[in-house]
Write a protein that binds this ligand. Structure first.
Ligand SMILES: NC(=O)c1ccc[n+]([C@@H]2O[C@H](COP(=O)([O-])OP(=O)(O)OC[C@H]3O[C@@H](n4cnc5c(N)ncnc54)[C@H](OP(=O)(O)O)[C@@H]3O)[C@@H](O)[C@H]2O)c1
Length: 233
């Protein structure tokens, strides 16, 4: 299996790489200035540290676990040409200043401009790095809303995230990134106001499915069962 590329070995890069490694995926890791990739790779099964360009060339897809600013200014110029046709996963939440003066409403759309030949999938930004690490050890899994304009790219990301034990919900085109990024803000605010910190998460209730599997089973019985006139006659 071709490895998953992870760029950034900070809080989020570590969490994503651990989840992938423990989930049986080979991982290629690129770090930043502090050269943390080698150290991190030595702690994760199936992980290897490599230069950024190698991660882009050999990775099946690339997960950008760096700040939006670093992804745009430092990473995209070096690797966007190596990523033609490859999925780029954007986990970022923009800082308030990031979108000022931008023509875009979200980090996801902004990043797409810097990777013009790659399908961008927004994902994982609504889960804190600490919570993600707990999922690798059996913690409760939230729903990960994803967004993107390329259906095959979203299917690929969905497959991987589900294999890692996460619930995935497709929010639609990349334009919906702004709402997914807003959801991360909301969760932060809820966690703070409720005194729960990052021990809050989003889980999508699929009510029709619940109905079908519980008492609501009766709601989809064949129509002729409702022919009261016949029964009464
Ligand atoms: N932390 C969370 O709970 C969380 C949750 C959801 C989403 N996110 C998003 O995840 C992204 C990363 O956040 P974080 O908390 O992981 O930040 P972080 O801990 O500061 O990590 C950022 C990493 O990026 C690396 N980096 C900088 N320049 C690089 C380059 N040119 N090539 C490769 N790596 C480079 C840094 O490495 P050096 O220090 O060695 O330079 C650092 O390890 C952000 O966009 C954030 O919005 C974070």
């Amino acid at each position: 299996m071709a490895p998953m590329g992870v760029v950034g070995c900070g809080a989020m890069g570590t969490a994503v790489a651990e989840l992938l490694g423990h989930g049986g995926f080979p991982v290629l890791l690129a770090g930043g200035r502090r050269r943390t990739a080698e150290r991190l790779a030595s702690t994760i099964p199936g992980a290897t540290a490599a230069p950024l360009e190698t991660v882009a060339l050999e990775g099946q897809l690339v997960i950008l676990a760096t700040s939006l600013e670093v992804s745009r200014r430092e990473i995209a110029p070096r690797i966007h040409d190596h990523l033609v046709g490859k999925v780029v996963v954007d986990v970022s939440n923009p800082a308030p200043a990031d979108l000022i003066g931008s023509a875009h409403d979200s980090a996801g759309e902004m990043l797409a401009e810097h990777f013009p030949k790659s399908p961008i999938v927004k994902a994982l930004n609504c889960v804190s790095a600490r919570r993600l690490r707990m999922i690798a050890h059996g913690g409760q899994a939230p729903t990960v809303p994803i967004a993107g304009d390329d259906l095959a790219a979203k299917q690929c990301v969905t497959y991987i995230l589900r294999r890692l034990g996460l619930d995935v919900a497709d929010a639609g085109s990349l334009r919906t990134s702004k709402w997914i990024e807003g959801l991360a803000e909301l969760l932060r605010s809820l966690g703070s106001e409720e005194g729960l910190g990052d021990a809050v998460g989003f889980r999508l209730l699929r009510l029709d499915q619940v109905d079908r599997t519980s008492a609501g089973r009766a709601a989809i019985v064949p129509a002729d069962r409702y022919d009261f006139g016949k029964e009464q006659g």
